[in-house]
Design a protein around this ligand. Structure first.
Ligand code: NAD
Length: 307
């Protein structure tokens, strides 16, 4: 399959390498000059589970340079960057191209619908992880999985088969929105609270009222979900959170929002807590904690950018 990864950052590069190794023709699309130069000159360095570094040669280019047609474009920008990426790659999207979005957060499908027909969209949620430590180098651990669904009437099976051939552990679901909301619930707790409390995930777990805060955030999200016909299973999210707090799982990890703030970048807050707060406000469902968290994270973004 001819595949482009639009957003060849931490996660895009990890999935791109696996797809290329399985024999697919993979092109990375990215806009970070130092990262592109490092990969095209010396290859992408992957350090997996602290083993010896390995090099992979996946061609990476800017959206302006990329040409040709793709069977599949996997969208893996940060959520606020998605709209711009879709505008930039419009010349290489044909009516036959399927677009799979794996970025976190809510609202991605609506953004993609502005650019292509609903029948071209696949949406997914992934438990694969990766860290981009410097241009051209990612660090990865363990394994992952993906749940995905065609949003319109497209046949997602060829994409699922191609990705499974690359060992990406993909499962078709008929309810991807519930999975996306579930993950957004987890991220709406751990991401902003790690920033606001200056804590990694395990440290957050030592806060006596940490789980009370989580419950308040999730109760608000559940009410917003009910308005949209989405069942938010708070008990299941709390159970996942409890597991994640263990050091042997993600406990010693700082969520991506923490890293974005440190790097002076815009966060995905408007597509997590901010999304729920906005819908709550529109529909008259009170979401005061999600609203407050969204304002505080935006304040922190401004402060760190000026520093
Ligand atoms: P990242 O910032 O490392 O990668 C995004 C890449 O997209 C960057 O390299 C950036 O240069 C590129 N980009 C953005 N806009 C562009 C444009 N218009 N033109 C060209 N290049 C552009 O982010 P990531 O960590 O790989 O995360 C991507 C998404 O996946 C996020 O939504 C994140 O929440 C989600 N996610 C990440 C992980 C993880 O472990 N990294 C795990 C699960 C989900």
């Amino acid at each position: 399959m001819k595949i482009a990864i639009a957003g060849f950052g931490a996660l895009g590069a990890r999935l791109g390498v696996k797809l290329q190794t399985a024999g697919h023709e993979v092109t990375g699309i990215d806009g970070w000059p130092a990262h592109i130069a490092a990969i095209n000159t010396n290859g992408l360095t992957v350090i997996h589970d602290n083993q010896a570094p390995r090099k992979y040669f996946v061609p990476v280019m800017t959206a302006q340079e990329v040409t040709g047609e793709f069977d599949l474009i996997i969208l893996l920008t940060k959520t606020p960057q998605l709209d711009r990426m879709l505008t930039d790659i419009a010349p290489v999207i044909t009516k036959k191209t399927q677009l799979l979005v794996l970025s976190n957060g809510l609202g991605n499908i609506e953004v993609i619908e502005k650019h292509v027909a609903r029948d071209q969209i696949l949406a997914g949620v992934t438990l694969w992880t990766s860290s981009l430590v410097k241009p051209g180098e990612i660090h990865t651990t363990g394994s992952g999985s993906i749940k995905l669904q065609a949003i319109g009437h497209a046949n997602a099976k060829p994409v699922v088969d191609a990705m499974n051939q690359a060992g990406l552990h993909v499962e078709l679901t008929d309810d991807v929105l519930t999975a996306i909301w579930h993950k957004a619930g987890i991220n709406s707790v751990l991401n902003p609270l790690s920033v606001l409390l200056d804590a990694n995930i395990a440290e957050f777990g030592t806060a006596g009222n940490g789980m009370d805060l989580a419950l308040t955030i999730l109760n608000e999200i559940q009410k917003v979900g009910a308005l949209q016909g989405i069942k938010v299973d708070i008990a299941a999210i709390m159970s996942d959170l409890t597991n994640l707090l263990k050091p042997e799982n993600a406990g010693n990890h700082y969520p991506s929002m923490y890293q974005d703030i440190q790097n002076g970048k815009r966060t995905e807050i408007d597509f997590l807590n901010g999304y729920f707060a906005k819908i709550g406000q529109q529909e008259d469902v009170p979401t005061p904690l999600n609203m407050m968290i969204t304002h505080l994270i935006h304040a922190k973004e401004d402060i760190e950018r000026v520093k």
